[in-house]
Design a protein. Structure first.
Length: 250
């Protein structure tokens, strides 16, 4: 069960989100509703939640300012707002998701699924007798193929492509995989890492982008020299991700 705190200065939005979570996400326990950033800070200290649904635009203390006052963020953040202008900043704060009001129930379930999956895929450190202080970390996920589960290093994935109710996983130097998950379900898993949905049909590894080309509607050239389309709606957000990062205290 995930402990959740809801923070929003609009009572109607707060109650609606509470209702949607209670009806769509039975694995979420709402421990407190907060009408301001100040209340949210107190609730976080009191309950040590797993997930905080946080409104961005609030008086006196907005959502980003609230997070700057948390000395050690051990919970996942889902921003909720009526304005998409904050999306890039939210992404840079490592928020696990960003939901536009009115909140769609399917998107809400996807956000909760990301939190659950992240908790199930906590990187495991490998002990070593070496005096080298650097730690090795396992970063693998299990992908359901037709033959069974295949364990793949996240950094080996170049991009993912939608194929109806399946997803095609393009790997570096390996045979591509077809998995029995939609791209939306795949995004729920890989969105916890350095992946970004650039198009309805494509989810890319941000570290594997070589170039952005403006012609032909806009597309990326990936590390394997393959082209990936970028939708107009996602172009500006994608390009801003590679500008100077937003400073957020952790």
């Amino acid at each position: 069960m995930l402990k959740a705190i809801l923070v929003d200065d609009e009572p109607n939005c707060l109650k609606m989100l509470e209702w949607e979570l209670q009806n769509s996400c039975p694995d979420v326990e709402i421990v407190e509703l907060c009408n301001s950033g100040k209340e949210g800070l107190k609730a976080i200290q009191k309950h040590q939640p797993d997930i905080v649904f946080l409104d961005v635009d609030m008086p006196y203390m907005n959502g980003f300012e609230l997070l700057e006052l948390v000395p050690d963020i051990k919970f996942d953040v889902v921003f909720t707002t009526a304005y998409d202008e904050y999306a890039v900043k939210a992404f840079k704060t490592n928020a696990i998701d960003y939901l536009l009001k009115p909140i769609d129930e399917d998107e809400l379930r996807t956000a909760v699924a990301k939190v659950k999956d992240k908790k199930q895929h906590v990187p495991t450190k490998i002990s070593s007798d070496s005096s080298d202080p650097r730690q090795q970390v396992i970063r693998k996920i299990a992908l359901p193929t037709f033959e069974g589960l295949v364990f793949v290093e996240v950094d080996r994935i170049v991009y993912c492509q939608s194929d109806n109710n399946y997803s095609k996983i393009i790997l570096k130097g390996e045979k591509n995989l077809f998995i029995s998950k939609t791209l939306k379900e795949t995004e729920a898993v890989l969105g916890n890492y350095h992946f970004f949905r650039v198009h309805n049909s494509f989810l890319v590894n941000l570290n594997e982008i070589k170039n952005y080309v403006k012609s032909d509607g806009g597309y990326l050239i990936m590390s394997n020299d393959e082209r990936v389309k970028v939708s107009r709606a996602k172009k500006d957000m994608l390009l801003q991700l590679f500008q100077s990062p937003v400073r957020v205290k952790n």
